[in-house]
Design a protein around this ligand. Structure first.
Ligand SMILES: [Zn+2]
Length: 246
């Protein structure tokens, strides 16, 4: 999903009062990751559920990093220790001070947690204190233990440009136009592996898993191939040949 899609979907859930207490946001771009996490916090906190910021007192404080009931840890690079998680838990267990009555904690780059820190965090995700919301950010969710992942509403952010590519791949696969699909494969081949991985990941989550599970294993294999040292052109070609046989 793009950041915009995530915020629109979350805004609807807030309106229906049915949103999750923990979010895990995966994005390969740190700036986009940070800004989306901040917007999620702001949106949950804004009494008017306003998209975008309506410059109310609360929105302004969140965006200025001065909202007292929002705690943040992690600088994006250093390891996060058990001690830091414990201190964070202490902070969010206190009664919220602002009228909104919610405590939000944001952890940057949760993939940098030690195992002990991850286990402490897991406990609080399993039994969250009343009215607390967790926003966990990561550049690489494959490094996060599955028990944490399963406790969170997961969002994978893709840029607008790559979303268009993923949509195009979906349309071509859906329509079964193999010649066009092979030509498109050659276009994809011009991008770098990391970019192709992002596109294929989005294709996997939004198309194969939801609409065409028969292609799930082949798509997963492609994702694995793209992590290996195999030349990109071979990874893509293998995938296209296999799906043309399905
Ligand atoms: Zn507001």
């Amino acid at each position: 999903m793009t950041s915009k899609d995530i915020l629109i979907s979350l805004s609807k859930k807030i309106e229906q009062k049915s949103y999750h207490h923990a979010f895990l946001i995966n994005c390969q771009n740190q700036i986009e990751l940070d800004s989306t996490a901040m917007e999620i916090g702001r949106l949950i906190y804004c009494p008017n559920n306003s998209l975008p910021s309506d410059n109310c007192n609360i929105c302004t404080r969140v965006l200025n990093n001065t909202a007292i009931d929002i705690a943040q840890i992690g600088d994006g690079t250093s390891t996060i220790s058990k001690e830091e998680i414990k201190n964070l838990i202490k902070k969010i267990s206190l009664t919220p001070l602002e009228e909104r009555g919610i405590k939000i904690y944001i952890i940057s780059n949760v993939e940098n947690m030690t195992i002990e820190a991850a286990n402490s965090l897991l406990k609080i995700l399993e039994e969250p204190p009343k009215n607390t919301i967790a926003i966990l950010k990561t550049l690489n969710d494959s490094k996060i233990i599955s028990t944490i992942k399963s406790r969170c509403q997961r969002y994978n952010i893709i840029s607008e440009v790559k979303k268009l590519e993923s949509n195009r791949l979906t349309e071509l696969v859906k329509s079964g136009q193999m010649v066009e699909l092979f030509l498109y494969g050659q276009e994809l081949n011009k991008l770098d592996k990391k970019e192709i991985r992002e596109i294929v990941e989005d294709f996997y989550h939004n198309y194969t898993l939801r609409q065409n599970p028969a292609l799930s294993i082949l798509t997963l294999e492609l994702m694995q191939d793209l992590q290996s040292k195999k030349p990109t052109s071979i990874c893509i070609e293998n995938f296209l040949i296999k799906i043309s046989e399905v």
